[in-house]
Design a protein around this ligand. Structure first.
Ligand code: ADP
Ligand code: MG
Length: 648
């Protein structure tokens, strides 16, 4: 054994998290055991998985089990596993630091809500191992990595530092010993050295874990005669038996009627590291050419990292009840990345690798089947408005990515789409079908406006005429909307039409004609003025014209039908793409008094510099009204002040 003991400091975030655990106010401390068992089970999955390539990792014939050992006198609880173990450096990296994205935000949230913090929060972030410090004031960990001779002993009281030293250990795997805090009924801390306490927790949280969770159970027995009566004068004897506490039954193999909601929810929590109940459960048994079972879940809350590029997602893949891998992305497209669960195949080979999965045609087919099951479930969920709204609010933004990624299911996805609308209050959603049902006579297009937020869109000048004439306009406010709206052009034969693009011809044929004529007349009156304004704004504007969409504002910016929206431009720039400068069209309200005034200035002096300032002001206003950014805010402010001086 080595006599060098290293002392290290926890990484800042790890330290903060530990501090929260030590001083935790969580009522349910029992969950620490589920975390440790889940880690043990993960580690054994890994050992099995790695032994496909390195058969020597398993050749010592050890049974993969979890063994719980408690000592009431010493007040210790030890969880032994035969998992993959950790090397010296792994212990440092995995236990001493937290490498997950979003940890900072998570800790901040926990710290701010200390009083109300619930175990959900811990679970959501899977800070599992540290949960030990809710019940222990010192934790020891001895671990030997498969393939290594020596083991590492780690120890910490959770306060700033930990120690490490090299030790020897007979078996590959990890043993974690908790030096338990004193029990305290008020604090909700049970006596975790008691058999029945441990048995209950295992049953509640870890029953379906696929490895035996074992414990030595001690009983007193008295010798009995053949009739079963105690033998006279015999002393009670202590008998110790090794008992398996969990049933290990794969819940996805059971029929619905043979499972309880609690059981299913616990299973969900186990595989998802989420502490909320799932929103929906999807079960299916597919038979025929390809055989597989699935039990999938739609969570009720989006994970913090749903839009992080490196976030893990995917289902767990099993082959004939044997765990193959976590986060199997090959069975779920990105836009369904929030779906959790298990797919258990009868056909794939046990040593199927990621590479094979990516090319395998069977896997592709299975993937299609899985997607269909999820979409079917969502169609059903739609009948429950409250649940479906929850689903949409949590996952809608990710789900919409499917509109441009999953061509095959586009029609279904459009049916499932929920939108905000000018006819609905904020918070209420509508479907495309309802929009089409409400369309006015003769209306051929689905009007929408995309923008940064409901507020920005709702108050946009582009909507004025639509609102006044009673046309419904859909609001799209997720960044992804601009992308799918470029590719999806119609629904039930009705084209999507942005109210910020092209001309806005509203009303009956007759009304349109009338409007057109009156516009032509005015165009003649203001024609030269508009030309002049275009020259003045040439750098940013490709046309200045009279508008049919404004009723109260003086000006707005629109685009030609095929032009890129400003949101799209921004998105592309964020992705590091070169975007050629897009010139917009400045539309002026022909009935606005400002136009007459400008005409007056123009008539008096065709090359007036004042006119140029006003053109700039109108352009700036229109930009601000749609939530855009001014090119030169300083100059705009100066022009406004000058104008005020003149007016006051
Ligand atoms: P998570 O399980 O969500 O990754 P934990 O805090 O529970 O977070 O564990 C951190 C990491 O430490 C695990 O990902 C794993 O790599 C390692 N680890 C924890 N417990 C064990 C164990 N019993 N055997 C091997 N590795 C473990
Ligand atoms: Mg864990």
């Amino acid at each position: 054994m080595s006599d060098t003991i290293e002392t290290h400091e926890f990484q800042t975030e790890a330290r903060q998290l530990l501090d929260l655990m030590i001083h935790s106010v969580y009522s349910n401390k029992d969950i620490f055991l589920r975390e440790l068992i889940s880690n043990a089970s993960d580690a054994m999955d890994k050992r099995k998985f790695e032994s496909v390539k390195n058969p020597e990792f398993m050749d010592d014939g050890t049974e993969l089990t979890i063994f719980i050992e408690s000592d009431a006198d010493e007040r210790t609880l030890t969880i032994h596993d035969r998992g993959i173990g950790m090397s010296h450096d792994e212990v440092k990296d995995l236990i001493g630091t937290i490498a997950k994205s979003g940890t900072k935000e998570f800790i901040k949230n926990l710290q701010e809500n200390k009083e109300t913090a619930s175990p959900d929060m811990i679970g959501q972030f899977g800070v599992g191992f540290y949960a030990s410090y809710m019940v222990a004031d010192r934790v020891e960990l001895v671990t030997r990595r498969a393939g290594e001779e020596m083991a590492t002993r780690w120890e910490s009281a959770g306060e700033g530092t930990y120690t490490m030293e090299e030790v020897s250990k007979d078996e590959v795997g990890t043993s974690i010993t908790l030096h338990l805090k004193p029990t305290d009924d008020e604090d909700g801390m049970q006596d975790y050295t008691q058999e029945w306490v441990l048995r209950n927790i295992v049953k509640t949280y870890s029953d379906f874990v696929s490895y035996p969770i074992q414990m030595n159970i001690e009983r007193e027995e008295i010798e009995r005669d053949e009739e079963g009566n105690p033998v006279e004068g015999a002393e009670a004897q202590k008998i110790i038996t090794l008992e398996t506490l969990n049933s290990m039954k794969a819940i996805w193999l059971k029929d619905k009627k043979d499972t309880t909601d609690e059981e299913v929810n616990e299973f969900y929590k186990h595989i998802s590291h989420d502490w909320n109940e799932p929103l929906d459960v999807i079960r299916a048994k597919i038979e025929g050419m390809l055989e597989y079972r699935l039990m999938l879940f739609i969570p009720s809350k989006a994970p913090v990292d749903m839009f992080y590029r490196d976030a893990k997602f995917g289902v767990q893949l099993y082959v004939k009840r044997v765990f193959i891998m976590d986060d199997c992305k090959e069975l779920l497209p990105d836009y369904l990345r929030f779906v959790k669960g298990v797919v258990d195949s009868e056909d794939l080979s046990l040593n199927v690798s990621r590479e094979i999965l990516q090319q395998d045609r069977q896997v592709k087919k299975m993937g299609n089947g899985v997607v269909n099951k999820v979409l079917d479930a969502l169609k059903k969920l739609k009948n429950n408005e409250e649940k479906y709204n929850t689903f949409w609010n949590e996952f809608g933004a990710a789900f919409k990515e499917g509109l441009y990624n999953d061509h095959e299911n586009r029609d279904t996805l459009l049916e499932l789409l929920q939108c905000q609308s000018s006819m609905e209050d904020e918070g209420s959603l509508t479907t495309l079908q309802s929009y089409v049902d409400r369309m006015k006579d003769g209306q051929e297009e689905i009007y929408y406006l995309a923008g940064e937020s409901r507020q920005a869109v709702e108050n946009s000048p582009h909507l004025e005429a639509f609102k006044e004439k009673g046309y419904e306009v859909l609001y799209f406010t997720d960044p992804v909307d601009d992308i799918w709206l470029q590719q999806v052009t119609e629904y039930q034969g009705k084209t999507f039409q942005s109210v910020g693009k092209g001309e806005a011809e509203l009303g009956s044929e007759e009304e349109k004609k009338e409007a057109e004529e009156s516009r032509k007349e005015k165009q003649e009156t203001f024609g030269s003025l508009l030309e002049k304004m275009k020259e003045d704004l040439d750098e940013d504007i490709k046309e200045v014209r009279l508008s049919s969409r404004l009723t109260s504002s003086a000006a707005c910016l629109v685009q030609d039908q095929g032009d890129m929206t400003p949101q799209m431009e921004k998105l592309m720039a964020q992705m590091g793409q070169d975007v050629p400068k897009q010139k917009r069209i400045l539309e002026l309200n022909p009935d606005h008094p400002v136009l007459e005034k400008l005409q007056g200035i123009f008539d008096a002096d065709q090359s007036s510099t004042e006119l140029k300032d006003y053109s700039e002001l109108l352009f700036g206003q229109a930009m601000l009204a749609e939530g855009g950014q001014l090119k030169d805010p300083g100059r705009f402010a100066k022009l406004v002040s000058e104008l005020m001086v003149q007016a006051i």
